[in-house]
Write a new protein. Sequence first.
Lengths: 104, 296
Amino acid sequence: MEKLTFQFETNRIAAGNRKQAIIGVVASGNLEILLERSLPPGQCSIEIATAAHGFGPVWEAVLSDFVSRRAAGGLKISINDGGARPDTVALRLAQGVRMIEVES
Amino acid sequence: MSSWYEASARQRIDALTDPASFEEFIGPEDREISPHLSLFDLPEQFDDGIVVGRAKLAGKPILIAAQEGRFMGGAFGEVHGAKLTGLLRAARKLNWPVLILFDTGGVRLQEANAGEMAIAEIMREVVLARSEGVAVIGLIGGRSGCFGGGGLIAGCCSALIISEQGRLSVTGPEVIETNRGAEEFDSKDRALVWRVTGGKHRYLIGAVDRFVEDSGEAFRQAAVKALSRPAKLNIAVLEAEQKRLETRLSRFGALTEARDIWSTLGLLRPEAIPALSVDAFLAEGTAKRETADDAR
């Protein structure tokens, strides 16, 4: 497994008050994403464990795009990847942020 | 209508239980992951492929476990199994019924010994819970079916609910083919696989109690009905079950084709069974099927 960690700064704070959300399944071409509201509001950290080695630059591009488009400030995001394509990763990240935005 | 077959473990729990009533035990945030998978450099899942917790069903408290069939085929590993064992122990203490949403190929090969131990522990806990009157109800309709040790656990449950897509057995089609050859069992013959392990056949031979359409709502209604029945387990029930199985064996033991079994049951057009809708199938099959009640 390759482990990657990315730190982002953002002024877009995740909406809602849910403490956590989980989306997706670790299966071939899929991934699970656990989002936890546990960081200072201006930060977003993303940890990845993936079986597909050597795709760090692709992850960085997809995640940078995600942080610039969505309100992810304050979120600690943990990903278990089963070899998902970049479009699936982007979709699940968007779903995850949507889930944690819902008022509980 | 949401498909049970297509849903994830978490979506099934949402479809089954009263709104906002589910409270997870040892959730993904606890990261109670398998200690074995990293040794094989395999991906882990934060809940180890099973979601357990408490909820309400039609206003009454229940405990619930849902396997995620897409993660490692829903297979039982050490942590996965321990979560279900613990849930069953809690059920006995609380005297609350348990729903197990099976979706499993059996034991996870990478942690075989721990997985086999888990199956044995779970079977023991199911029997202990049932002997104290706790209902343990299995729901089968996921993409991985209910095979291997999952089939053994299902056999210990007080009631089983299945959909047409659901499959229930111990040795799965691919395993039979690998060991005995495609002449013995062709696992790529989907019609054959479903005639032998599928929901309709299991309902007709009395291996399951209820047959439902592939939707969360249908499983929910069937679970409510199943919970309204007593779930006792004592020596009289076991003796009645032994007799029931002996009768089944003497009736069908010499037959090698599911359609011959359906014909023996008195179904007039056995070849038409696989294509029947849920309602037509229940109208045709319910009066003629073998009883599934282990306490008759």
